[in-house]
Design a protein. Structure first.
Length: 253
């Protein structure tokens, strides 16, 4: 299927992939709905649930983009990454819970969902940046292969990168605001100045710098693509480190 898409032998195949993606996300939505309703809240209290919701968010944001912008090419990366995330979820037998039942409030629910949506937006900015750098290399080296014919223009990719980073910054900011309110109500402090709080603040400042730099015309193209790639890696590594090595997201600051 992927080879046919890249070779341009069939125009119907991308729509087949989109249709399969819609069906998959509907089933995934049903499973999340059953999980959350059985618990009575939507807090993502384990790494498995965070990864599962990230995969769902990634496909949802992509499908919205596909409907608005017709950017079929991103599906080449979005669907395999989402599939690998679900394989990880299915392969993990133990569920490490890190959030106490008493703290499963609406604030933590909103925080968890918004942070995963922010990570999904950052991942899409990362994918777009990879395609931008690839297309830039094709143009410089005058490589005009089937993949080149499928890629959008540099201007289109650069604009998508800016939009996804902006979306990610908004989601991240709102997610941090809700956890700050929760932290004040629970621990009587606005911001936890531990390792987790410091890394979260660092990521927020990095995306703030990205958004502010993109307002100027001098910072765009390859520079913005490299910054998006670095920002996503830092974001993703921080999320994994918090869940695996720092005692979880909220139980201990």
């Amino acid at each position: 299927m992927l080879l046919d898409v890249l070779s341009g032998r069939s125009k119907a195949i991308p729509w087949a992939g989109i249709t399969a993606g819609v069906g998959g996300v509907l089933l995934h939505t049903l499973s999340l709905f059953i999980l959350f309703t059985s618990r009575g809240h939507v807090t993502l209290i384990s790494l498995k649930e965070s990864v599962s919701f990230f995969a769902w968010s990634l496909v949802i944001v992509f499908l919205i983009l596909e409907h608005q912008r017709k950017a079929h090419i991103l599906g080449i990366l979005v669907f395999p990454v989402a599939f690998l995330c679900l394989l990880f979820v299915l392969g993990v037998s133990t569920d490490k819970t890190f959030l106490h039942t008493s703290t499963t409030s609406i604030l933590i629910s909103l925080h968890s969902v918004l942070i995963d949506l922010g990570l999904a937006s950052a991942a899409l900015a990362f994918f777009v940046s990879c395609f931008y750098l690839l297309l830039d290399m094709f143009l410089r080296k005058k490589i005009f292969n089937p993949l080149f014919n499928k890629l959008p223009s540099l201007e289109f990719l650069d604009r998508l990168n800016q939009e996804f980073n902006g979306m990610g910054f908004i989601f991240l900011t709102l997610g941090l605001i809700f956890v700050m309110i929760w932290s004040y109500r629970t621990y009587y402090m606005i911001w936890p100045w531990g390792k987790k709080g410091s890394w979260a603040l660092l990521i927020w400042f990095l995306y703030l710098a990205t958004v502010l730099l993109r307002r100027g015309k001098s910072f765009q193209g390859k520079q913005a693509a490299y910054l998006s790639i670095a920002s996503f890696f830092l974001f993703a590594i921080t999320i994994l480190a918090v869940n695996l090595f720092m005692g979880g997201g909220h139980s201990v600051f």
